[in-house]
Design a protein around this ligand. Sequence first.
Ligand SMILES: [Zn+2]
Length: 430
Amino acid sequence: MRLDAIRALHAVVGLGAGVAVTEVSDRRDGPLSVGIELVRRPCCEGCGGPVWAHGSAKVKLADLPAFGRPVRLVWNKRRWRCPHSGCGVCTFTDQEPGIAPRRARMASRAARHATRRAGAGRTISEIAAGLGAGWHTVMAAVHRWGGALLEADMARLEEVTALGLDEIVLFRRGRYREKHWGTTIVDTRRGKLLDIVPGRSAQGATRWIEARSPRRRRRVRWGVMDLSGPYRKTFTDALPRARQIADPFHVIKLANSAIDDVRRRVQNETTGGRGTKHDPLYRTRRLLLTAAERVTDKGRHKLRGLLAAGDPHSEVRDAWHAKETLRGVYRIPSRALAAETLDELARDLQDDTFSPELNKLGRTLAAWRTQNANWHRSHVTNGPTEAANNLAKLIKRVSFGNANFDHYRTRVLLYAGKPDWTLLDTLTPR
Ligand SMILES: [Zn+2]
Protein backbone atom coordinates (compact mmCIF):
# COMPACT_ATOMS: atom_id res chain seq x y z
CA MET A 1 0.00 0.00 0.00
CA ARG A 2 2.73 2.41 0.96
CA LEU A 3 4.68 1.45 -2.16
CA ASP A 4 1.67 2.26 -4.32
CA ALA A 5 1.33 5.65 -2.69
CA ILE A 6 4.93 6.51 -3.48
CA ARG A 7 4.52 5.38 -7.07
CA ALA A 8 1.38 7.45 -7.38
CA LEU A 9 3.19 10.46 -5.99
CA HIS A 10 6.00 9.96 -8.47
CA ALA A 11 3.55 9.81 -11.36
CA VAL A 12 1.84 12.99 -10.26
CA VAL A 13 5.03 14.98 -9.73
CA GLY A 14 6.27 13.61 -13.02
CA LEU A 15 9.98 14.40 -12.96
CA GLY A 16 11.17 10.96 -14.02
CA ALA A 17 12.82 7.96 -12.40
CA GLY A 18 16.00 9.76 -11.40
CA VAL A 19 14.14 12.02 -8.97
CA ALA A 20 12.92 10.97 -5.55
CA VAL A 21 9.97 12.72 -3.96
CA THR A 22 11.00 13.09 -0.35
CA GLU A 23 8.02 14.88 1.12
CA VAL A 24 4.86 16.78 0.34
CA SER A 25 3.89 19.47 2.76
CA ASP A 26 0.53 21.11 2.59
CA ARG A 27 0.30 24.29 4.57
CA ARG A 28 -2.89 26.23 4.42
CA ASP A 29 -2.75 29.53 2.45
CA GLY A 30 0.66 28.55 1.07
CA PRO A 31 1.66 26.76 -2.10
CA LEU A 32 1.83 23.00 -2.19
CA SER A 33 5.43 22.21 -1.36
CA VAL A 34 7.05 19.13 -2.92
CA GLY A 35 10.46 18.04 -1.66
CA ILE A 36 12.69 16.33 -4.22
CA GLU A 37 16.19 14.94 -4.47
CA LEU A 38 18.24 13.29 -7.19
CA VAL A 39 18.54 9.54 -6.70
CA ARG A 40 21.90 8.87 -8.27
CA ARG A 41 25.20 9.61 -6.65
CA PRO A 42 27.15 11.55 -9.29
CA CYS A 43 30.76 11.06 -10.37
CA CYS A 44 33.30 13.86 -10.13
CA GLU A 45 32.81 16.51 -12.82
CA GLY A 46 36.59 16.73 -13.16
CA CYS A 47 38.19 13.30 -12.90
CA GLY A 48 35.09 11.10 -13.14
CA GLY A 49 35.96 9.33 -9.91
CA PRO A 50 33.80 8.67 -6.83
CA VAL A 51 32.88 11.64 -4.63
CA TRP A 52 32.08 12.20 -0.97
CA ALA A 53 28.94 13.83 0.38
CA HIS A 54 29.61 17.35 1.57
CA GLY A 55 26.31 18.65 2.89
CA SER A 56 23.33 19.99 0.96
CA ALA A 57 21.25 23.11 0.41
CA LYS A 58 17.57 23.51 -0.38
CA VAL A 59 16.56 25.46 -3.48
CA LYS A 60 12.97 26.64 -3.95
CA LEU A 61 11.57 26.52 -7.47
CA ALA A 62 8.24 27.84 -8.69
CA ASP A 63 6.57 25.03 -10.64
CA LEU A 64 3.38 24.50 -12.64
CA PRO A 65 0.23 24.62 -10.53
CA ALA A 66 -1.41 21.32 -9.57
CA PHE A 67 -5.03 20.77 -8.63
CA GLY A 68 -5.66 24.49 -8.91
CA ARG A 69 -2.92 25.37 -6.44
CA PRO A 70 0.52 26.88 -6.88
CA VAL A 71 3.40 24.46 -6.38
CA ARG A 72 6.92 24.93 -5.05
CA LEU A 73 9.56 22.32 -5.66
CA VAL A 74 12.00 22.24 -2.80
CA TRP A 75 15.06 20.63 -4.30
CA ASN A 76 17.53 19.36 -1.78
CA LYS A 77 20.71 19.87 -3.79
CA ARG A 78 23.48 17.75 -2.40
CA ARG A 79 26.98 19.03 -2.34
CA TRP A 80 29.87 16.76 -3.32
CA ARG A 81 33.58 16.81 -2.77
CA CYS A 82 36.25 15.08 -4.80
CA PRO A 83 38.79 13.33 -2.54
CA HIS A 84 41.31 12.89 -5.36
CA SER A 85 44.18 15.25 -4.60
CA GLY A 86 45.29 15.69 -8.23
CA CYS A 87 41.81 16.72 -9.40
CA GLY A 88 41.09 20.42 -9.90
CA VAL A 89 37.47 20.11 -8.82
CA CYS A 90 36.94 20.69 -5.12
CA THR A 91 33.19 20.67 -4.63
CA PHE A 92 30.11 20.82 -6.83
CA THR A 93 26.35 20.51 -6.37
CA ASP A 94 23.70 18.36 -8.03
CA GLN A 95 22.68 19.59 -11.47
CA GLU A 96 19.73 18.41 -13.52
CA PRO A 97 18.59 20.82 -16.27
CA GLY A 98 15.47 18.70 -16.72
CA ILE A 99 14.37 20.03 -13.33
CA ALA A 100 15.89 23.51 -13.56
CA PRO A 101 19.06 25.07 -14.97
CA ARG A 102 21.74 26.55 -12.73
CA ARG A 103 20.75 29.42 -10.49
CA ALA A 104 17.12 29.20 -11.66
CA ARG A 105 14.25 30.08 -9.39
CA MET A 106 11.68 28.41 -11.57
CA ALA A 107 11.38 24.78 -12.70
CA SER A 108 12.19 24.20 -16.38
CA ARG A 109 8.69 23.08 -17.28
CA ALA A 110 7.14 26.12 -15.59
CA ALA A 111 9.66 28.42 -17.30
CA ARG A 112 8.78 26.94 -20.73
CA HIS A 113 5.12 27.44 -19.97
CA ALA A 114 5.71 31.06 -18.89
CA THR A 115 7.76 31.75 -22.03
CA ARG A 116 5.00 30.38 -24.27
CA ARG A 117 2.40 32.49 -22.49
CA ALA A 118 4.53 35.60 -22.90
CA GLY A 119 4.83 34.75 -26.61
CA ALA A 120 1.04 34.64 -26.79
CA GLY A 121 0.92 38.22 -25.50
CA ARG A 122 0.15 37.54 -21.84
CA THR A 123 1.47 40.05 -19.35
CA ILE A 124 4.10 39.01 -16.84
CA SER A 125 1.66 39.81 -14.04
CA GLU A 126 -0.96 37.49 -15.49
CA ILE A 127 1.54 34.67 -15.85
CA ALA A 128 2.87 35.30 -12.35
CA ALA A 129 -0.64 35.18 -10.92
CA GLY A 130 -1.32 31.89 -12.71
CA LEU A 131 1.81 30.32 -11.25
CA GLY A 132 1.54 31.95 -7.85
CA ALA A 133 5.06 33.27 -8.40
CA GLY A 134 6.64 36.73 -8.19
CA TRP A 135 6.80 39.14 -11.14
CA HIS A 136 10.61 39.23 -11.14
CA THR A 137 10.91 35.44 -10.99
CA VAL A 138 8.66 35.12 -14.03
CA MET A 139 10.32 37.95 -15.96
CA ALA A 140 13.76 36.46 -15.31
CA ALA A 141 12.60 33.02 -16.52
CA VAL A 142 10.93 34.41 -19.66
CA HIS A 143 14.02 36.47 -20.44
CA ARG A 144 16.37 33.56 -19.90
CA TRP A 145 14.40 30.90 -21.77
CA GLY A 146 13.02 33.25 -24.40
CA GLY A 147 16.49 34.66 -24.99
CA ALA A 148 17.88 31.15 -25.45
CA LEU A 149 15.06 30.35 -27.89
CA LEU A 150 15.73 33.46 -29.98
CA GLU A 151 19.43 32.71 -30.01
CA ALA A 152 18.82 29.12 -31.10
CA ASP A 153 16.37 30.18 -33.79
CA MET A 154 18.91 31.35 -36.33
CA ALA A 155 16.68 30.32 -39.23
CA ARG A 156 14.70 33.46 -38.46
CA LEU A 157 17.49 35.45 -40.02
CA GLU A 158 17.95 33.25 -43.09
CA GLU A 159 16.63 34.02 -46.56
CA VAL A 160 15.90 37.66 -45.84
CA THR A 161 15.71 39.40 -49.21
CA ALA A 162 14.00 42.63 -48.16
CA LEU A 163 15.09 44.33 -44.97
CA GLY A 164 13.00 47.14 -43.47
CA LEU A 165 14.06 49.70 -40.87
CA ASP A 166 11.66 51.84 -38.91
CA GLU A 167 11.75 53.93 -35.77
CA ILE A 168 9.58 53.17 -32.78
CA VAL A 169 8.97 54.80 -29.41
CA LEU A 170 10.04 52.16 -26.90
CA PHE A 171 8.90 53.86 -23.75
CA ARG A 172 8.68 57.22 -22.06
CA ARG A 173 10.65 57.86 -18.97
CA GLY A 174 11.58 60.63 -16.60
CA ARG A 175 9.95 63.76 -15.36
CA TYR A 176 9.08 65.01 -18.84
CA ARG A 177 8.07 61.58 -20.14
CA GLU A 178 10.96 61.71 -22.58
CA LYS A 179 10.65 59.42 -25.57
CA HIS A 180 13.16 56.62 -25.82
CA TRP A 181 13.54 55.46 -29.38
CA GLY A 182 14.37 52.15 -30.94
CA THR A 183 14.71 50.75 -34.45
CA THR A 184 12.74 47.76 -35.64
CA ILE A 185 14.45 45.49 -38.14
CA VAL A 186 11.93 43.60 -40.25
CA ASP A 187 11.88 40.93 -42.91
CA THR A 188 9.61 42.99 -45.11
CA ARG A 189 8.63 40.17 -47.44
CA ARG A 190 7.59 37.78 -44.71
CA GLY A 191 6.26 40.47 -42.38
CA LYS A 192 8.48 39.20 -39.62
CA LEU A 193 10.09 41.24 -36.89
CA LEU A 194 13.74 40.17 -36.86
CA ASP A 195 15.10 42.33 -34.10
CA ILE A 196 14.89 45.60 -32.31
CA VAL A 197 17.87 47.77 -31.37
CA PRO A 198 18.08 50.82 -29.12
CA GLY A 199 18.16 54.28 -30.70
CA ARG A 200 17.19 55.53 -34.14
CA SER A 201 20.56 56.64 -35.41
CA ALA A 202 22.35 54.91 -38.26
CA GLN A 203 24.78 53.27 -35.87
CA GLY A 204 22.57 50.70 -34.12
CA ALA A 205 21.07 49.25 -37.29
CA THR A 206 24.40 49.36 -39.10
CA ARG A 207 26.06 47.35 -36.33
CA TRP A 208 23.25 44.82 -36.36
CA ILE A 209 23.54 44.29 -40.12
CA GLU A 210 27.32 44.08 -39.98
CA ALA A 211 27.04 41.34 -37.35
CA ARG A 212 25.32 39.09 -39.95
CA SER A 213 27.41 36.78 -42.07
CA PRO A 214 28.51 38.08 -45.49
CA ARG A 215 26.40 35.36 -47.11
CA ARG A 216 23.25 36.57 -45.33
CA ARG A 217 24.02 40.18 -46.19
CA ARG A 218 24.49 39.35 -49.86
CA ARG A 219 20.99 37.89 -50.02
CA VAL A 220 19.37 41.20 -49.09
CA ARG A 221 18.32 42.85 -52.33
CA TRP A 222 16.04 45.58 -50.95
CA GLY A 223 16.42 48.04 -48.12
CA VAL A 224 13.08 49.57 -47.13
CA MET A 225 12.80 52.70 -44.98
CA ASP A 226 10.96 55.88 -44.15
CA LEU A 227 12.39 59.10 -45.57
CA SER A 228 15.06 59.39 -42.92
CA GLY A 229 18.72 60.19 -43.40
CA PRO A 230 20.09 57.80 -40.76
CA TYR A 231 18.55 54.66 -42.24
CA ARG A 232 19.62 55.69 -45.72
CA LYS A 233 23.13 55.92 -44.34
CA THR A 234 22.78 52.47 -42.75
CA PHE A 235 21.80 50.89 -46.06
CA THR A 236 24.44 52.78 -48.00
CA ASP A 237 27.16 51.73 -45.53
CA ALA A 238 26.13 48.23 -44.52
CA LEU A 239 24.23 46.94 -47.57
CA PRO A 240 25.72 48.88 -50.49
CA ARG A 241 24.40 46.36 -53.03
CA ALA A 242 20.78 46.49 -51.85
CA ARG A 243 18.39 48.77 -53.71
CA GLN A 244 16.89 51.36 -51.41
CA ILE A 245 13.14 51.82 -51.28
CA ALA A 246 11.11 54.59 -49.69
CA ASP A 247 8.14 53.05 -47.97
CA PRO A 248 4.89 54.41 -49.52
CA PHE A 249 3.22 54.61 -46.12
CA HIS A 250 5.81 57.11 -44.95
CA VAL A 251 5.82 59.04 -48.24
CA ILE A 252 2.05 59.57 -48.03
CA LYS A 253 2.41 60.47 -44.38
CA LEU A 254 4.79 63.24 -45.41
CA ALA A 255 2.24 64.60 -47.90
CA ASN A 256 -0.40 64.47 -45.18
CA SER A 257 1.74 66.50 -42.81
CA ALA A 258 2.24 69.06 -45.60
CA ILE A 259 -1.56 69.37 -45.81
CA ASP A 260 -1.74 69.86 -42.05
CA ASP A 261 0.98 72.49 -42.12
CA VAL A 262 -0.68 74.46 -44.92
CA ARG A 263 -4.09 74.22 -43.30
CA ARG A 264 -2.83 75.48 -39.96
CA ARG A 265 -0.99 78.38 -41.53
CA VAL A 266 -3.89 79.47 -43.75
CA GLN A 267 -6.27 79.11 -40.82
CA ASN A 268 -4.01 81.36 -38.78
CA GLU A 269 -3.74 83.94 -41.54
CA THR A 270 -7.46 84.08 -42.31
CA THR A 271 -8.66 84.19 -38.69
CA GLY A 272 -5.85 86.40 -37.43
CA GLY A 273 -4.56 83.65 -35.17
CA ARG A 274 -7.85 83.31 -33.30
CA GLY A 275 -8.66 79.92 -34.77
CA THR A 276 -11.40 77.92 -33.06
CA LYS A 277 -12.90 74.55 -33.69
CA HIS A 278 -15.75 76.23 -35.59
CA ASP A 279 -13.43 77.50 -38.30
CA PRO A 280 -14.21 75.95 -41.67
CA LEU A 281 -10.60 74.85 -42.19
CA TYR A 282 -10.34 73.21 -38.79
CA ARG A 283 -13.41 71.20 -39.69
CA THR A 284 -11.78 69.96 -42.90
CA ARG A 285 -8.78 68.40 -41.18
CA ARG A 286 -9.98 64.82 -41.12
CA LEU A 287 -11.62 64.83 -44.55
CA LEU A 288 -8.41 66.19 -46.05
CA LEU A 289 -6.36 63.25 -44.79
CA THR A 290 -8.87 60.59 -45.82
CA ALA A 291 -8.12 58.76 -49.06
CA ALA A 292 -10.24 60.41 -51.79
CA GLU A 293 -11.98 57.17 -52.75
CA ARG A 294 -13.16 56.71 -49.19
CA VAL A 295 -14.76 60.14 -48.88
CA THR A 296 -18.55 59.91 -49.35
CA ASP A 297 -20.47 62.21 -51.69
CA LYS A 298 -21.74 64.04 -48.65
CA GLY A 299 -18.20 64.42 -47.33
CA ARG A 300 -16.97 65.68 -50.69
CA HIS A 301 -19.75 68.27 -50.77
CA LYS A 302 -18.92 69.37 -47.25
CA LEU A 303 -15.19 69.59 -48.04
CA ARG A 304 -15.85 71.75 -51.11
CA GLY A 305 -18.03 74.10 -49.06
CA LEU A 306 -15.55 74.42 -46.21
CA LEU A 307 -12.62 75.05 -48.55
CA ALA A 308 -14.62 77.68 -50.44
CA ALA A 309 -15.18 79.43 -47.11
CA GLY A 310 -11.73 79.15 -45.55
CA ASP A 311 -9.14 78.66 -48.28
CA PRO A 312 -9.17 81.89 -50.33
CA HIS A 313 -6.01 81.16 -52.34
CA SER A 314 -6.63 77.44 -52.86
CA GLU A 315 -3.47 76.57 -50.95
CA VAL A 316 -5.08 73.80 -48.91
CA ARG A 317 -6.77 72.47 -52.01
CA ASP A 318 -3.41 72.35 -53.80
CA ALA A 319 -1.87 70.42 -50.93
CA TRP A 320 -4.73 67.96 -51.05
CA HIS A 321 -4.24 67.51 -54.80
CA ALA A 322 -0.53 66.93 -54.28
CA LYS A 323 -1.29 64.16 -51.77
CA GLU A 324 -3.83 62.48 -54.03
CA THR A 325 -1.53 62.71 -57.04
CA LEU A 326 1.22 61.12 -55.00
CA ARG A 327 -1.12 58.33 -53.91
CA GLY A 328 -2.05 57.83 -57.54
CA VAL A 329 1.57 57.23 -58.49
CA TYR A 330 1.53 53.94 -56.57
CA ARG A 331 -1.34 52.71 -58.70
CA ILE A 332 0.43 53.30 -61.99
CA PRO A 333 1.32 49.88 -63.34
CA SER A 334 4.17 51.02 -65.57
CA ARG A 335 7.42 51.62 -63.74
CA ALA A 336 8.67 54.13 -66.29
CA LEU A 337 5.45 56.10 -66.27
CA ALA A 338 5.34 56.11 -62.47
CA ALA A 339 8.89 57.45 -62.26
CA GLU A 340 8.09 60.10 -64.82
CA THR A 341 4.94 61.18 -62.98
CA LEU A 342 6.85 61.34 -59.72
CA ASP A 343 9.58 63.51 -61.25
CA GLU A 344 6.99 65.80 -62.76
CA LEU A 345 5.16 66.15 -59.45
CA ALA A 346 8.39 66.88 -57.55
CA ARG A 347 9.31 69.54 -60.12
CA ASP A 348 5.85 71.14 -60.17
CA LEU A 349 5.63 71.35 -56.39
CA GLN A 350 8.87 73.32 -56.27
CA ASP A 351 7.33 76.04 -58.47
CA ASP A 352 6.94 79.34 -56.62
CA THR A 353 3.25 79.51 -57.44
CA PHE A 354 2.84 76.87 -54.73
CA SER A 355 3.07 77.33 -50.98
CA PRO A 356 6.40 76.97 -49.17
CA GLU A 357 5.12 73.73 -47.57
CA LEU A 358 4.54 72.18 -50.98
CA ASN A 359 7.89 73.51 -52.24
CA LYS A 360 9.51 71.62 -49.38
CA LEU A 361 7.56 68.45 -50.18
CA GLY A 362 8.71 68.79 -53.78
CA ARG A 363 12.35 69.06 -52.70
CA THR A 364 12.04 66.01 -50.46
CA LEU A 365 10.45 63.97 -53.25
CA ALA A 366 13.26 65.03 -55.57
CA ALA A 367 15.91 64.08 -53.00
CA TRP A 368 14.38 60.63 -52.65
CA ARG A 369 13.47 60.08 -56.29
CA THR A 370 15.51 56.89 -56.68
CA GLN A 371 14.12 55.37 -53.49
CA ASN A 372 10.58 56.33 -54.47
CA ALA A 373 10.89 54.98 -57.99
CA ASN A 374 12.45 51.74 -56.71
CA TRP A 375 9.22 50.76 -55.04
CA HIS A 376 7.89 50.08 -58.51
CA ARG A 377 10.72 47.66 -59.14
CA SER A 378 10.11 45.55 -56.07
CA HIS A 379 6.64 46.13 -54.68
CA VAL A 380 7.90 45.41 -51.21
CA THR A 381 6.68 47.92 -48.68
CA ASN A 382 7.25 48.73 -45.08
CA GLY A 383 3.64 47.78 -44.42
CA PRO A 384 4.81 44.80 -42.40
CA THR A 385 7.10 47.11 -40.44
CA GLU A 386 4.03 49.04 -39.48
CA ALA A 387 2.41 45.78 -38.44
CA ALA A 388 5.43 44.90 -36.33
CA ASN A 389 5.35 48.36 -34.80
CA ASN A 390 1.75 47.92 -33.85
CA LEU A 391 2.55 44.63 -32.18
CA ALA A 392 5.38 46.26 -30.31
CA LYS A 393 3.06 49.01 -29.18
CA LEU A 394 0.62 46.41 -27.97
CA ILE A 395 3.33 44.73 -25.94
CA LYS A 396 4.24 48.11 -24.51
CA ARG A 397 0.69 48.64 -23.37
CA VAL A 398 0.65 45.37 -21.50
CA SER A 399 4.04 45.91 -19.90
CA PHE A 400 3.39 49.23 -18.28
CA GLY A 401 6.43 50.55 -16.47
CA ASN A 402 8.73 47.98 -17.98
CA ALA A 403 11.65 50.07 -19.05
CA ASN A 404 14.37 47.44 -19.28
CA PHE A 405 15.36 47.28 -22.95
CA ASP A 406 16.60 43.68 -22.93
CA HIS A 407 13.43 42.41 -21.27
CA TYR A 408 11.36 44.44 -23.69
CA ARG A 409 13.28 43.11 -26.69
CA THR A 410 12.81 39.49 -25.63
CA ARG A 411 9.09 39.90 -25.06
CA VAL A 412 8.48 41.78 -28.29
CA LEU A 413 10.43 39.23 -30.33
CA LEU A 414 8.69 36.28 -28.70
CA TYR A 415 5.40 37.91 -29.53
CA ALA A 416 5.97 39.50 -32.93
CA GLY A 417 9.08 37.67 -34.18
CA LYS A 418 7.35 34.35 -34.88
CA PRO A 419 10.20 32.20 -33.54
CA ASP A 420 10.29 28.43 -34.03
CA TRP A 421 8.62 27.37 -30.79
CA THR A 422 9.47 23.68 -31.24
CA LEU A 423 13.05 24.58 -30.26
CA LEU A 424 11.92 25.50 -26.76
CA ASP A 425 11.25 21.84 -25.88
CA THR A 426 14.80 20.74 -26.52
CA LEU A 427 16.97 23.62 -25.38
CA THR A 428 18.32 24.44 -21.94
CA PRO A 429 19.54 27.95 -21.30
CA ARG A 430 23.11 28.40 -20.07
ZN1 LIG B 1 37.72 14.74 -9.17
